[in-house]
Design a protein. Structure first.
Length: 399
């Protein structure tokens, strides 16, 4: 089994705080697996829907009894009306089309409509086509990457709690991870659909509770932690072909060493898709705002997952997460210690914290008139990435 080794921080540093200059090479954190990765075929073992570990032990007052059968029996009060996915491939238009369909379904569940996920099928398929691009071939020539759907997603962080945006981000990054794992496009489409649907159970919980800013009671936390069961229950009447998705929704909050819920599963007892989505959902949740805290930056969230919360996830997927999704993804904009802004054009598997960057804007905020490409592995180790940048910070937008 692969293991992860972490260098101890000096005792005089604040506990839990990870800084760039303290980080060892990512390659040094991982040992190679003893055997090759298994064939990426989804597991088929069906996980029964269980209340185990969801409802706390009886106490005063007794916990709320959860009735999930009512979800399918509600009258159809709102029937979501959605447009077809636009033919236009411009990333922003495509993202807006995906968002409109996804948000309509999430709102339909929240409003008590009969659950109908079918409009998400073409979204899942088109999302895979939009994410799986031969970008690496362009990057090896050190050319600027044109605007892409993937970059549109990672740069479109909502200002407030937004479950539809969260679902699109989880689906997109899960596909990116699954592509690196070797899934076929058909398998990626199923993974994308699971990512798009993974949060629907949250829509059956009162929004006032989801937006609570203070500490939660044990009863409130139990209610929120029932959302995997609720999401799986929503899919239970949709036919045997969706048993896979039902299992994934039920297990996406299980964790590698049994730390998760609702059934405290661990290791290979967790469906492979659920392990993918559980890791990406954690990352996206940290990088999106919540009523009780602001959003974390992507690189800070990724560092916390890899260095502090590593025991929660499959070590193979953590390594793939760093190399494929990356702390600084291919095509992302970054700020350097020189106050320059550049675009990541090559991600190095051995040192993903030090990619190759093409400089777009100098330290005075002026566009570069001449090409300047820095391989941060070799050139001046005093130059490093300090954080992410956005398109809005560029004096001259990318074309």
């Amino acid at each position: 089994m692969a293991t992860i080794m972490v260098m101890k921080e000096p005792e005089n540093k604040t506990k839990g705080r990870v800084r760039f200059r303290d980080l060892p090479s990512i390659g040094a954190l991982f040992e190679e697996p003893e055997e090759d990765l298994p064939s990426p075929k989804p597991q088929t073992k069906k996980q029964s829907i269980s209340y185990t570990n969801i409802i706390p032990l009886p106490e005063e007052p007794p916990p709320v009894k959860l009735r999930f059968a009512e979800l399918r029996e509600l009258p159809e009060r709102v029937k979501p009306e959605v447009d077809s996915i636009p033919d236009e491939e411009e990333p922003k238009v495509l993202y807006e089309g995906f968002y409109k369909v996804t948000n309509s379904i999430y709102q339909g569940v929240a409003d008590g409509s009969i659950f109908n996920f079918t409009p998400l099928l073409p979204v899942a398929e088109e999302l895979v086509t939009s994410v799986v691009r031969p970008e690496e071939a362009v990057a090896e020539r050190k050319e600027l990457l044109p605007p892409s759907f993937y970059r549109e997603v990672i740069s479109s962080i909502p200002e407030h709690l937004d479950w539809a945006a969260h679902a699109i981000h989880v689906a997109t990054l899960s596909v990116k991870l699954g592509d690196g794992f070797g899934y076929s496009k058909e398998e990626l489409a199923k993974l994308a659909l699971a990512g798009l649907l993974h949060g629907v159970g949250m829509m059956t919980i009162p929004r006032s509770l989801l937006e609570e800013e203070g500490p939660l009671s044990s009863e409130q936390r139990s209610l929120i932690e029932s959302h995997p069961i609720r999401g799986a229950e929503l899919l239970s009447g949709a036919g045997p072909e969706l048993e896979l998705l039902q299992t994934v929704l039920l297990q996406e909050h299980e964790r590698h060493q049994g730390q998760g819920y609702p059934n405290k599963l661990s290791g290979k007892d967790i469906h492979e898709f659920a392990r993918f989505i559980g890791l990406i959902d954690t990352f996206v949740s940290m990088t999106h705002p919540r009523p009780w805290r602001p959003a974390r930056s992507p690189h800070e969230a990724a560092k916390e997952i890899v260095y502090i919360r590593k025991d929660e996830f499959d070590p193979r997927l953590l390594k793939l997460f760093i190399n494929r999704v990356s702390i600084f993804p291919l095509g992302s904009l970054v700020k350097l210690t020189t106050n320059e802004i550049g675009q990541v054009v090559v991600v190095h598997e051995d040192e993903p914290l030090r990619p190759t960057v093409k400089i777009l804007q100098d330290h005075n905020g002026e566009p570069r008139s001449k090409d300047k490409v820095l391989d941060l592995r070799r050139k001046n180790h005093l130059i490093a990435i300090t954080g992410s940048a956005s398109d809005g910070e560029l004096a001259q937008p990318l074309k």
